[in-house]
Design a protein around this ligand. Structure first.
Ligand code: SF4
Ligand code: SF4
Length: 475
């Protein structure tokens, strides 16, 4: 039976509820009056310098996703832009993944690190190698990382992950530092989540891959990840272990996208109902080519237009949750979806173990082929040319603005009063320390223009302090 308060995976992601949602969506997909009433309800409401959004339920959003009416989609895209603007403004936060180890005991059929792949070189970074990777990332200008590792209790036990986090935070090369380490490792115990929290991680990210239990079990034929309930209930355990920022995601292409979308929103509703705080981020990866993986063998791939619709509807359904797009997507696709609600992107990523310290991009241990291969300087310049403020901000984590404390500020639209100045401060740091002359020139112009939007009277002085070498100022 469907119960969003339940702690059991099969109850908060009830298969019957998803099927009945999809039926309700099919029955109502041409009911423009109903769809318009959902979109009206989801519009931002402004009062007393605050802005609120009601979002959409999984049922409402599923009806809209089933629509093929062009006028509906025009409305959806415009509303997504309006909501993105109201809560996130035009800043885009940049991060990079850091692959620690590709040893893995699982059998995920869509990932080249699966245990049966005997020809892919297996690699696990030593602490010296972690250091070299972090220096290379800092020298590009990165401040925020997402660490990735396969599941392997012998090669990658929690102690190894904790040691790597400690190493990452300890390195200060020139003016560089990593200020936030997000963690993307396999589902684990409450005790291990507690250890990660104590190690000072930002968000714990775990992709569900697919919410469809039967498909999930087929796609994960061997290894501990085969256990659907243990995997799906991971975020509840993470919250129990004190991690209040968690990141959801499905791998689009494995199952029918409408099923995944409804279930993803049900997962978000469950976390809000049962844990008191919804997901901090949602990632929307699509399956890509890799070592022994051919994306064409999965017959649920989605085209770019459907992908854009999913991003826009996610923005409207969960207005307070960040949306992440990685370098799995090309520059062109990223340009298409950025205005529809994306708040974070990865840049200059290398998805191989030890990839950043190498001069040339190594591909032998890549988890997936990177579509967008530009340098960080190019990504920063590109964002500014499109009117965005590239941000390396990690302030919320630094000042303890996480979980419900973050949501309280975000839900009134007040977070923008922090995001915009922090974006400008961290952009200024980037311009001073890492940018090419052309990027610096463009960035200085943007800072000059945007500085007037910051209410703090002292802000000019703060920017000038950054120019004179001060680092780490934050709101
Ligand atoms: S997706 Fe993760 S768990 Fe599965 S094979 Fe790849 S690294 Fe291992
Ligand atoms: S102020 Fe908080 S929400 Fe805004 S960009 Fe920085 S870390 Fe993110």
């Amino acid at each position: 039976m469907y119960d969003k308060y339940s702690k059991k995976a099969e109850e908060f992601i009830s298969h019957e509820e998803v099927l009945s949602t999809l039926k309700y969506a099919d029955d109502n997909k041409d009911n423009i009056e109903l769809i318009n009433s959902f979109l009206d309800k989801a519009r931002p409401v402004r009062s007393n310098n605050e802005v609120h959004c009601s979002g959409l339920t999984h049922k409402e959003a599923s009806v809209i996703l089933a629509s093929n009416d062009e006028s509906v989609w025009e409305r959806v895209f415009n509303l997504a832009k309006e909501i993105k603007d109201a809560f996130y403004g035009n800043r885009i936060v940049i991060f990079a993944p850091l692959y620690l180890s590709n040893y893995c005991v699982n059998g995920c059929v869509y990932c080249p690190y699966h245990a049966k792949n005997k020809h892919i070189p297996r690699k696990k970074l030593t602490q010296e190698e972690v250091k070299a990777e972090v220096i290379a990332l800092q020298d590009m200008g990165h401040k925020r990382l997402a660490i990735e590792a396969g599941e392997d209790p012998v090669h990658n036990p929690i102690e190894y992950i904790l040691e790597c986090i400690k190493t990452i935070y300890s390195i200060k090369h020139k003016n560089g530092e990593i200020r936030r380490v997000n963690v993307n490792i396999a589902a684990t115990t409450v005790e291990n989540y507690r250890k990660l929290k104590e190690a000072g991680i930002g968000t714990y990210i775990l992709f569900q891959e697919t919410y469809h239990k039967e498909s999930y079990e087929k796609l994960h034929p061997t290894g501990p990840k085969h256990d659907y309930a243990y995997h799906t209930e991971a975020m509840d355990r993470a919250m129990e272990g004190g991690i209040d920022d968690v990141g959801l995601g499905v791998l689009f292409g494995l199952e029918r996208y409408r099923y995944e979308f409804a279930a993803l929103l049900m997962h978000a509703e469950h976390l809000e109902a049962a844990c008191g705080v919804g997901p901090h981020t949602i990632s929307v990866p699509r399956i890509k080519r890799a070592d022994d993986i051919d994306p064409n063998v999965f017959d649920n791939g989605i085209d770019d237009e459907t992908f854009a619709r999913i991003v826009a509807l996610t923005r409207i359904a969960v207005p307070y949750t960040g949306i992440i797009i990685s370098t799995r997507e090309s520059q062109a696709v990223r340009e298409k979806v950025l205005p529809l609600g994306v708040s974070q992107i990865s840049g200059a990523s290398r998805t191989s173990v030890g990839g950043y310290a190498e001069k040339e991009r190594p591909v032998d241990t890549e988890q997936f082929n990177v579509s967008d291969q530009r340098t960080l300087d190019e990504v920063v310049q590109w964002l500014m040319n499109m009117g965005y403020i590239p941000s390396f901000c990690t302030a919320c984590y630094g000042v303890g603005r996480t979980g419900d404390r973050f949501m309280d500020i975000c839900k009134t639209g007040q977070i923008q009063n922090c995001c915009t100045p922090n974006a400008l401060i961290t952009l200024k740091e980037f311009l001073e320390d890492y940018a090419s002359p052309k990027t610096k020139e463009l960035g200085e112009r943007i800072i000059k223009e945007k500085i007037t939007e910051v209410k703090n009277k002292n802000f000019n002085n703060i920017i000038s302090e950054v120019e004179h070498g001060k680092r780490g100022i934050r709101f």
